[in-house]
Write a protein that binds this ligand. Structure first.
Ligand code: PLP
Length: 378
């Protein structure tokens, strides 16, 4: 029998309708507490039964279904959900470090994750070296005897730099270094970093996994032993668990992840190609375009590309750049991404050009192209 495909896993992994009177959608266990029928099942040799539900900060049946599905999608043994992508990133990093350790991280990682690594962890005598990351040798050059973690984000979400997972994780494994990768941009539909040697993969599930801009959530996925430790330590002690209602909404989002990602991919490529040929555009940064400096690695490492990329206008005048953005009708001016809607964030590029990060949503692509055409005309 063949292994179930990604779409089948989205529909069925972790689910058993017969547990819930045949309900095709599992209930939301919106309760903090579970009570036991008798003391014998409450306590086993003086301790709480390890497999029993007792408190939602520790485990909840709705969240368990979601975690089983996410582990199946990331091709890992286990997954743990968190109250945000930041909570997931912090949990994964804290799992890997002790006082006196050193981390090598990509400099284009999500800003608050960078701030946690460089600012917050300093309090606990954890040092960090940031590398550009496109050449694995940069990781080798940054190594110290106390390096314990490589923190990766590929493609990174503002400038879309990639790291070669196989090369970087091979080097890490030889030295007992934990590798962590933020996979929010690609989603598990287009990339499974653990298949290329990454130990722990994390997501801002606020983005594509939720997909509807109605939850803030995170996930860490990886081997059973590590996830058991993360659940007991960073999960339970720091307490930033996912609320069961948000878990249920993410389950709903995951059922359509493959078809959403296909549409994000095709519309984003259509718009990126259109912009690249436009006379008022200097450059488009999209790993799916042959003009991207790491296009060959993107083709090798990713099964596809998502809806987020950036564009440099041939425009140094801030006022004129902002006027173009203000003329847009369908693109919301907003920081997040991964939902059904198209979004734009203005950016000043190192070249001195103004431009924007675009998220291409699920609207009719001709409407989005016309919207950009009108904006660029003025
Ligand atoms: N990782 C990436 C790449 C992100 O873009 C974000 C948020 O924008 C995060 C992590 C943090 O996720 P959250 O906002 O869900 O805490």
């Amino acid at each position: 029998m063949r292994e179930p495909g990604f779409e089948t896993l989205c529909a069925h992994a972790g689910e058993d309708p017969q547990r819930f009177s045949g309900a095709v959608i599992p209930p939301i266990f919106q309760n903090s507490l579970f009570v036991a029928p008798d003391v014998e099942s409450f306590l086993v040799r003086g301790h709480r039964h390890p497999d029993a539900y007792d408190y939602t900060r520790v485990a909840n049946p709705t969240t368990d279904i979601l975690e089983a599905k996410l582990a199946a999608l990331e091709r890992t043994e286990a997954a743990r959900c968190f109250a945000s992508g930041m909570a997931a990133a912090v949990a994964a990093i804290l799992h890997g470090v002790r006082a006196g350790d050193h981390v090598v991280a990509v400099e284009t990682a999500y800003g608050p994750t960078r701030n946690f690594l460089s600012g917050y962890l300093e309090r606990f005598q954890v040092a960090v070296t940031f590398v550009e990351g496109s050449d694995p040798q940069q990781f080798a050059d940054a190594l110290r005897p106390n390096t314990r973690v490589f923190y990766l984000e590929s493609p990174s979400s503002m400038v879309f730099h990639l790291q070669d997972f196989a090369a970087v994780t091979g080097m890490a494994r030889e030295r007992g270094i934990l590798t962590i990768a933020d996979n929010s941009w690609a989603s598990p539909y287009f990339q499974n970093p653990t298949a290329l040697g990454v130990d722990l993969v994390l997501h801002s599930a606020t983005k594509y996994l939720g997909g509807h801009s109605d939850i803030v959530a995170g996930v860490v996925a990886g081997p059973k032993e590590r996830l058991r430790a993360i659940k007991d330590q960073e999960g339970s002690l720091l307490g930033s668990i996912l609320d069961p209602f948000a878990a249920w909404l993410m389950l709903r989002g995951l059922r359509t992840l493959p078809i959403r990602m296909e549409r994000h991919q095709s519309s984003a490529l259509t718009i990126a190609r259109y912009l690249e040929a436009h006379p008022r555009v200097a450059r488009v940064h999209h790993p799916g375009l042959p003009s991207h400096p790491q296009h060959a690695l993107a083709r090798r490492q990713l099964r596809g590309t998502s809806g987020l990329f950036s564009v440099e206008f041939a425009e140094r005048d801030q006022r004129r750049a902002f006027a173009m953005i203000n003329r847009l009708r369908y693109f919301g001016l907003g920081v997040s991404w991964g939902g059904f809607e198209s979004l734009i964030v203005p950016m000043l590029f190192p070249s001195g050009n103004w431009g924007a990060r675009l998220h291409i949503g699920l609207e009719t692509v001709e409407d989005l192209q016309e919207d950009l055409e009108n904006a660029l005309k003025g």
